[in-house]
Design a protein around this ligand. Structure first.
Ligand SMILES: NC(=O)N[C@H]1NC(=O)NC1=O
Length: 296
């Protein structure tokens, strides 16, 4: 089913409507949606605001309700996964992480880590695995075994809210307020990098994978026509900028032919997980170095 517009959800007048639209985003816990309807009824100014209200419901819940929420989740690569009795959402998340096609030795690693974790914490280990690798999941399980019970319960709830956010985005269209920008600075001269070729592609996620656009930076080192992506084109997923740093410095030095520049094309892969936010991805570069960060 395509995601419903937020405006549809904002027209709901009964908690049953909210539960039937998004009750599944917290695993086997529709009470979170119904109780949110009572404490913070629609309209919601954004999907982020709705998610914040859902998080507040969980945070106001009793310790027992929080533990029940954690334990409503299936183990990763556990019995429910083996017997195909996962919810559709969980089955898809676990299979995307490769947990439904583990080798015998990987399966015994998961079985042993799940057992050690339960022995120490007496609840299910939770990690939002939709975009995680088996390797990262195993490392996280090992590392989190060292946590205190309080830290660990907090971490499980943080992960549950991440799982719920990604499920919410599958069900409801976010506000088209997010956008993507970049800014290239030439740290060799301490100036904006004007005239640098930059390409943008989508690697995965909600839209078609492949090249999206190509730009030449303006006098200020920014994209000439404003954001590279905005509105409903700006959706969750992994993206790649390629900055043609080698060509830029060659042209600047007045050369048309050279040997092999140290930095040629600089790819920056980054992820968008809140399409209602502004993502700014600057590049600071010289012929021999570069860095980036999530700017604002
Ligand atoms: N145990 C656990 O983390 N389960 C979950 N993680 C996830 O991404 N989906 C789940 O069901």
């Amino acid at each position: 089913m395509p995601p419903i517009p937020l405006s549809t959800l904002n027209g709901y007048t009964s908690s049953d409507d909210l539960v039937s639209a998004i009750g599944s985003i917290y695993e086997h816990s529709p009470w979170i949606s119904s109780s949110t309807f009572s404490s913070a009824p629609p309209p919601y100014s954004s999907l982020t605001a709705l998610h914040t209200s859902l998080k507040a419901t969980v945070s106001a819940a009793t310790q027992e309700q929080k533990l029940n929420l954690v334990n409503a989740h299936p183990d990763l690569a556990g019995k429910a996964a083996l017997s195909n009795s996962l919810t559709a959402e969980s089955a898809s998340e676990q299979s995307r992480a490769g947990l439904t096609s583990l080798s015998t030795s990987e399966m015994s690693t998961f079985t042993s880590l799940n057992a050690q974790y339960k022995e120490k914490f007496s609840h299910v280990f939770i990690l939002a695995v939709r975009n995680a690798s088996k390797h990262a999941i195993i490392n996280a399980m090992r590392a989190r075994l060292n946590n205190s019970p309080e830290t660990e319960l907090g971490e499980c709830l943080t992960q549950i809210h991440k799982i719920a956010w990604m499920r919410l985005l599958d069900l409801v269209e976010p506000n088209p307020t997010g956008f993507l920008t970049c800014h290239v600075l030439d740290t060799a001269c301490g100036c904006p990098a004007a005239g640098m070729r930059v390409t943008l592609s989508r690697l995965s996620g909600a839209g078609p994978v492949g090249p999206i656009a190509e730009f030449l930076t303006n006098e200020d080192g920014r994209l000439p026509g404003g954001p590279a992506l905005k509105g409903l084109d700006f959706s969750v997923g992994a993206f790649e900028w390629v900055f043609f740093v080698g060509d830029y410095f060659l042209t600047k030095a007045g050369q048309t032919v050279s040997g092999q520049p140290f930095l040629g094309e600089v790819p920056i892969r980054f992820g968008i997980d809140n399409p209602e936010d502004h993502y700014h991805v600057p590049l600071l570069c010289s012929p021999f170095s570069f860095s980036t960060y999530r700017g604002s």
